[in-house]
Write a protein that binds this ligand. Sequence first.
Ligand SMILES: Nc1ncnc2c1ncn2[C@@H]1O[C@H](COP(=O)(O)OP(=O)(O)OP(=O)(O)O)[C@@H](O)[C@H]1O
Ligand SMILES: [Mg+2]
Length: 238
Amino acid sequence: MAMLAVENLHVSYGHVHALKGITFELKEGEILALLGANGAGKSTTLRAISGLVAPRAGRILFAGKDLGKVPAHEIVRMGVAHAPEGRRVFATLTVEENLILGGYSRGRDRKGLEETRRQVYELFPRLYERRRQLAGTLSGGEQQMLSIGRALMAAPRLLLLDEPSLGLAPLLVREIFQTIKEINARGVTILLVEQNARAALRLAHRGVVLEAGRMVLAGSARELLGDERVKKAYLGEK
Ligand SMILES: Nc1ncnc2c1ncn2[C@@H]1O[C@H](COP(=O)(O)OP(=O)(O)OP(=O)(O)O)[C@@H](O)[C@H]1O
Ligand SMILES: [Mg+2]
């Protein structure tokens, strides 16, 4: 059984038909790259999976369970965590308080939460150094790390990452991709939205390309890296 199955998903915002029937699966342990131009519907796909927007049609199954009527906080509890685009951290709370909030869905599992926090600090030593600093005073890259760290605090089986490398300096981009690889190696399945298509496809097992709310290509990362259309449109090659 697929860990995640998205079937003929449609999402509308008022008159804007943002997703027009997309279908894909994610197997346990995989990294799937979700690629596409601005406005293609990538963030909308993640929002629909985590229950932040309601599908107009279609189904989303997580571990075989239909998420249709499941509220967002319950989806987190089931094992799906979302690090949204744009570094949404709680600016007036410290790094550590942000992480503690990320583990909210796990209730009183104090031991487990402490262990996860230790792992997050191990993945992001810089967050450990700055654990008492207000999140609003972190650099953009550090806020990005905190946003991912906070999602990991929910101990997800499936992690939805929305443009984790956005706005980062090249050295930090490499670091973030390395960390994503490490998170995956620790057993977390990942749906990765990225503008940086080349880096994403080097990391991912498979990829899906959206154009204006429709799926135009899907295949193994290797196939997509070699695909002429992908090269032209997303990899900046002639
Ligand atoms: N709250 C909203 N209200 C109305 N339209 C919206 C809303 N959110 C997104 N849209 C529209 O839905 C479409 C898909 O948006 P989405 O944010 O999913 O794109 P994206 O692929 O994540 O783009 P980007 O790469 O710029 O982040 C766009 O045309 C966008 O303008
Ligand atoms: Mg987006």
